[in-house]
Structures are given as structure tokens and as C-alpha cells.
Design a protein around this ligand. Structure first.
Ligand code: ADP
Ligand code: MG
Length: 162
């Protein structure tokens, strides 16, 4: 497992980190985002979408659960980007109902999952996990860990406690 730790001091820095991170992504990649409400997951996704030149403003798809965008790769080809927010998901049955498994299996799409802890074992191990922590003292400081795991690795459940 590869790990990187970053610290940001405002939302623009978090968005910028997302944009910089996105340059390593390829179609098929899964990005699981962990962290409390207001931790900065959506700001990070905004940066990823900016890298792929997604035109629409990204907001958390809390009510729709899955948003779908068309982005542009560096080679000018289009790429489908799914942005999921599992905040309101409370059971495996609900995950099935939204077509979670089919979404993960979309090999030509980039999948970004907010509140990924709601789906733990349903997310393939070959993925990026981005873990957002609020700072104990500084209101606008976030500690953001980027992990990369491969298919054969066992991914420990990630539990957010702030
Ligand atoms: P989440 O999707 O994790 O619930 P959002 O990205 O929607 O969180 O919101 C993060 C909130 O925290 C925004 O209101 C933003 O202005 C604020 N904020 C303050 N500092 C930061 C930071 N370093 N990174 C990201 N957001 C920050
Ligand atoms: Mg959000």
C-alpha cells in the first residue's frame, strides 16, 4: 500500500489537491472518500472534476445519490465520471437498489464515492482511498491521506472518528 499525507488550510487548497491528484487517474479508477460532514470531500471532488474540465458546478449528490458527468482526458477523449454520495444509504439492499455494483463495474468510468464507509466491502480493493481529518485546533485545517491499494490487498475498514 502506498500512502501520502497532505495538509490544507482552506477549501481552495483542498480543491487544488484534488486537481493535482486527478492527473494520475485513468478510466476505470475508483476513489473512495472518507470523512465527516464538512471535511472537504466535495471540495476535493470539485478539483478532480476541474482537472477533467467538467463544465457543471459539482455539488454533493446527496439527494440523487449518483451524479454523472462527462469529462475530457488529456488526450481529448471523453470520460464518464460518476460522483456518488452514500450519506443516505443505510443497507446493502439500498446499495443494490441504486445499482452500486454495476456502477463499480463500469470499467471506462472514473468513480468518486463520498461516505465510502457505507459500502466498505462492496468497493473493490484496487482503489484510491482518501481520508479526511479535521484538525484538533485550526478550524480550516484538514489532514488528507491518500492511499493506493491493489486487487490482492486486504483493505482494513476505515472508521472516521473526529
Ligand atoms: P463534505 O463533502 O466532506 O461534507 P464539503 O467539501 O462539502 O464537505 O465542505 C467543506 C466545508 O469546509 C466547506 O464549507 C469549506 O468552505 C470548509 N472548509 C474550511 N477549510 C477547508 C479545507 N481546508 N478544505 C476543504 N474545505 C474547507
Ligand atoms: Mg459532500
Amino acid at each position: 500500500m502506498e500512502r501520502q499525507l497532505h495538509t490544507t488550510h482552506n477549501k481552495t487548497e483542498t480543491e487544488h489537491l484534488g486537481k493535482e491528484f486527478a492527473s494520475r487517474l485513468v478510466p476505470g479508477d475508483i476513489i473512495a472518500l472518507y470523512g465527516d460532514l464538512g471535511a472537504g470531500k466535495t471540495e476535493f471532488v470539485r478539483g478532480v472534476c476541474d482537472y477533467f474540465r467538467v463544465g457543471e458546478i459539482v455539488s454533493s449528490p446527496t439527494f440523487t445519490i449518483i451524479n454523472s458527468y462527462i469529462g475530457v482526458l488529456p488526450n481529448e477523449e471523453e470520460v464518464r465520471i460518476y460522483h456518488l454520495d452514500l450519506y443516505r444509504i443505510n443497507s446493502t439492499r439500498e446499495l443494490e437498489e441504486i445499482g452500486f455494483e454495476e456502477c463499480m463495474a463500469a470499467d471506462d468510468a472514473i468513480k468518486l464515492i463520498e461516505w465510502a464507509d457505507k459500502a466498505q466491502t462492496a468497493i473493490p480493493a484496487a482503489r484510491y482511498s482518501i481520508i479526511f481529518h479535521l484538525d484538533d485546533k485550526e478550524e480550516d485545517t484538514r489532514h488528507i491521506e491518500i492511499r493506493r491499494t491493489e486487487q490482492h490487498e486486504v483493505v482494513e475498514p476505515i472508521i472516521i472518528s473526529s
